[in-house]
Design a binder for this molecule. Structure first.
Ligand SMILES: [Zn+2]
Length: 276
């Protein structure tokens, strides 16, 4: 989840849906401040972002208070505000992994920030994670699938077993830090819309391969929850096993994946380039 409201309302809804279908997933936690309001500045700078906000009905998805956090309203803490929800995620058998300290600032400011800022961002986020989960995170999923070489170098200092930082088509090993990347290869509703989103994703699944679906607490745990349920139902009817990333990590192993560096690419339906 990327926002306070996504954690508060979306995560309980996702937990209920997953419980209903008796499946487990991986939650990537944004620990620290919700400075989403800063995204309003993006409207001015980036016409693609505005298009996405209008298409997805961002006001309905995120609530208008969210649009002001970090600007006119102070930024509330995201996962740190909901220790019981983090416990629920874990006690339901899902993975909970590290997504962010300040999601919005990473997304908007990473390239412009110095090395020490990134180190500090990781340190605060992972420390907060340890405090809540009582252990080291096994994985890092980068906000907005945005990474650079500095971020990967810093990630190497933690005991991550794998990363999920890209939208690549297939798993690979990041040359730095030598960790397996398990990419979210499927599109999400935010990108392809809900009119035929479910059928488009199910059609991709017909190949019977392993796929990773990115889900946003704000969307699939909010106004688009029934489409998410439809998708789960469809995938289970196709005899797909739905597993958390820790299990997929075990299945994928390490050896035969190519070692390479990521590159940035603007994918259909997104406003900013993602690592692939
Ligand atoms: Zn995110």
């Amino acid at each position: 989840m990327d926002t306070y409201i996504g954690m508060k309302r979306g995560v309980p809804r996702l937990l209920a849906i997953l419980r209903n279908f008796n499946v487990r997933g991986t939650f990537f936690l944004s620990m620290g401040p919700d400075s989403s309001g800063r995204a309003v500045f993006q409207l001015v700078k980036n016409p693609l972002f505005l298009k996405k906000m209008v298409r997805t009905g961002a006001g309905r998805l995120y609530g208008w208070r969210t649009a002001l956090y970090g600007t006119l309203l102070p930024s509330p803490m995201i996962a740190l505000s909901f220790p019981n929800l983090v416990k629920d995620i874990l006690s339901d058998g899902h993975d909970a992994e590290f997504h962010a300290w300040d999601h919005r600032r990473w997304q908007d400011e990473l390239p412009a920030r110095p090395y020490g800022w990134i180190e500090n961002w990781f340190e605060r986020g992972v420390e907060a994670y340890r405090g809540m989960a009582g252990r080291e995170p096994s994985s890092f999923g980068a906000p907005a699938w945005l990474i650079d070489e500095r971020a990967l170098e810093i990630a190497a200092k933690y005991s991550f077993h794998y990363l999920s930082c890209t939208r690549a088509r297939e798993p690979f090993i990041h040359d730095i830090p030598g960790l397996l990347e398990i990419p979210s290869d499927l599109p999400c509703f935010e990108e392809i819309g809900i009119d035929d989103g479910v059928s488009r994703i199910l059609r991709i699944l017909e190949d019977g391969q392993t796929h990773i679906l990115p889900v946003h607490a704000e969307a699939e745990g909010g106004v688009w929850d029934r489409y998410f349920e439809e998708l789960l139902k469809g995938a289970l009817q196709m005899n797909y096993r739905i597993l958390p990333l820790s299990k997929i990590r075990e299945i994928l192993g390490q050896s035969e994946w190519p070692v390479r560096r990521h590159r940035m690419e603007l994918l259909p339906g997104r406003s900013q380039p993602c690592a692939v």
